[in-house]
Design a protein around this ligand. Structure first.
Ligand SMILES: [Zn+2]
Length: 79
């Protein structure tokens, strides 16, 4: 497990094996974040709560607007 922080809300996350791209959804806590590649070619490490609330086709602005609400919840700040 590698420790890192979410590019959106800044909470500490763990990435299974240090390779974010191998994280798989729903199989029991292998990690709490994954790397999301945006249409503009940039990659952002995002925690699961942020992935839940970010739009289907996120932009870097959406990533900037992510903020932590509590341990298990994130939200998009109003623009
Ligand atoms: Zn986050």
């Amino acid at each position: 497990m590698a420790r890192d922080s979410c590019d959106g809300c800044g909470r500490t996350v763990t990435v299974a094996g240090g390779i974010a791209n191998l994280w798989t959804f729903g199989d029991g806590g292998e990690g709490t974040a994954m790397t999301l590649e945006l249409a503009d070619g940039t990659a952002h490490l995002l925690c699961y709560p942020c992935i839940e609330v970010i739009p289907d086709e996120p932009t870097a602005e959406d990533v900037d607007r992510l903020e932590q609400v509590d341990e298990e919840t994130s939200r998009l700040r109003a623009a």
